[in-house]
Design a protein. Sequence first.
Length: 251
Amino acid sequence: MNLRLVFIYALFILTSCDTATRISSIENKSQKVQKTQIQSQTELDSFLLPYRAQLEKTMHDTLAHSPQQLTKKKIESTLGNWVADGMLWFANEKLNEKADLAICNYGGLRTKSLPAGAILLKHIFELMPFENELVLIEIDSTDFKSILERIAEKEGWPVSNGFHLSLSKENKILYWNINGTRKANYKIIVSDYIATGGDGMSILTQKPHKNMNTLIRDALILYAKHQKNLHAQLEGRIVKEKTDANEQSRD
């Protein structure tokens, strides 16, 4: 997508708010509204006006269709599964990285759902409005276990297909594997936010990583176009089990 168009779209969102939404506080005193502020706002609105029709048309481009609504929830969700699968698909199919797993923090999904029916460009922008990029990180099994413990504490994050994690009712790890096996080292795909320690992932800051110079949003746009009909389902990637005091964790 044209970078200028993206920039203008962001400005359009910021400037299309009703003036009432800009009130940060109410005080029992009058305040002067600077004439230059009004002029600046008017000039910006005038600048954006010719682009509004083009922006509306572009953001309503249909990327794919979905037979069902994809929703965000813990401990596993159809929306989370789709996003994580898209991240892994792009890294492996488009960049040939041969990653083992993609992980997305729960807060990284900025909408609660993608609708059934037409999936528009604007839906992906709403899902991933920030300029987060894909990053590949190589870690050993010990550090990987620490990541899983953080995911368990958070009661589940979106993870890609082939991953299985069982948790106790206290959110302790009972068992995990990737495609039925474990290894000494792993390649994982995350956002640059997570790679730089965001959301409690400080353990990743000192690990070797490779920035793939691709926005997660752009990867998901291509993934939607590739699928044509979005496919995502609950697969038991992360499950929470009821356990008794005598059950032992399987490490």
